[in-house]
Design a protein around this ligand. Structure first.
Ligand code: ZN
Length: 136
């Protein structure tokens, strides 16, 4: 795995949190994107080579809605950049990690993503993400 690509933070109110993080980081978010398949609206901030991704649920079945219900707002996942997501998924499965999706899926920010179950990763939801070269 390469660098930490971004840290995902679950929030209740994206607009309010955008203002909070704008103050905290001293710069505005640079994009907002809705990922229909995940039931989330996201906003992104750049911090050096890394990003902060704020996630707000867009429906009650969204994983973010469930997370906030159980644990409240806060750090939701850590995403690592990978060159070859399928090879990395294979490697992790062989190491005994449980993947939440069997094939890479389209995530926010033009990335192919896959998630590692937090139960097998020390309580941390880990995201793998690879730059998606096929423009969609
Ligand atoms: Zn993410």
């Amino acid at each position: 795995m390469d660098k930490i690509e971004h840290i995902g933070i679950a929030v209740k109110d994206l607009e309010a949190s955008n203002k909070l993080y704008e103050k905290l980081l001293g710069k505005p978010h640079y994009k907002i994107e809705e990922v229909l398949s995940e039931g989330v609206k996201t906003s992104f901030f750049e911090v050096g080579p890394n990003k902060i991704e704020l996630l707000e649920a867009t429906n009650v079945d969204s994983p973010i809605a469930k997370f906030i219900e159980k644990r409240g707002e806060g750090v939701h996942h850590i995403a690592f950049a990978v060159d070859n997501i399928e090879a990395e998924m294979d490697r992790l499965e062989k190491e005994g990690f449980i993947l939440l999706n069997k094939t890479p899926k389209q995530g926010a920010d033009n990335k192919l993503v896959a998630f590692v179950h937090p139960k097998t990763a020390g309580g941390v939801l880990v995201e793998l993400c690879q730059e998606n070269n096929n423009k969609q």
